[in-house]
Design a binder for this molecule. Structure first.
Ligand code: GNR
Ligand code: NI
Length: 176
């Protein structure tokens, strides 16, 4: 039996441009959503997924940067109501992609190091300090919760190039 997965919503759906609302608490309904988002992310595959991308406008995200080549190692991170509590002056540039913009990627500049406060899977307050890819990923996912996509940081020339590639990808894969 296959897991029940969400459909990943692609640009230009307005849900990706909408700010998501905080959750009251992490209850079984939210945990079910987190589990299903994680399964959807693994299937994609991707290293992060925000609720907007599956059509839910609450502030929930999941990530896993562990090597999944063997399917054994997994290190999921679940966050509800994440808040940025520190960002470094020092920037970092990294190539980013997005499951909602398939077939394209671009260099994005962000603070190199961030600290995030959030509610974990059990509803407990937790903190994460992130550098490198994890830092880019958590900032990318938190942006989704505010209706922001990585293309919003690009020049209009580069943004249009990315959107053209996404269009081409959609046509080649018969996505309307
Ligand atoms: O799978 C993903 N890879 C990625 C690479 C660099 C920076 C951010 C990401 S997140 C992305 C999945 C996604 O679209 N999450 O919203
Ligand atoms: Ni994304």
């Amino acid at each position: 039996m296959s897991k029940d997965l969400y459909n990943i919503i692609l640009t230009p759906d307005p849900v990706l441009k909408t700010t998501a609302a905080p959750v009251d608490k992490v209850d079984d309904t939210i945990r079910k959503q987190m589990d299903r988002m994680l399964a959807t992310m693994y299937e994609a595959p991707g290293i992060g997924l925000a609720a907007n991308q599956v059509g839910i406008l609450n502030r929930v995200l999941v990530m896993d940067l562990a090597d999944r080549e063997g399917g054994e190692k997994c290190e999921p991170i679940f966050m509800a109501n994440p808040q940025l509590i520190y960002e470094s002056e020092e920037p970092s540039v990294m190539l980013e992609g997005c499951l909602s913009l398939p077939g394209a990627n671009a260099d994005v500049e962000r603070p190199a190091i961030v600290r995030v406060k959030y509610l974990d899977y059990n509803g407990n307050e937790a903190e994460l300090e992130a550098t490198g890819l994890l830092s880019h990923c958590v900032q990318h996912e938190m942006d989704h919760l505010d209706g922001t996509l990585f293309i919003d940081y690009l020049s209009s020339l580069k943004r249009n190039m990315v959107l053209k590639k996404v269009d081409k990808y959609k046509k080649q894969n018969n996505i309307l």
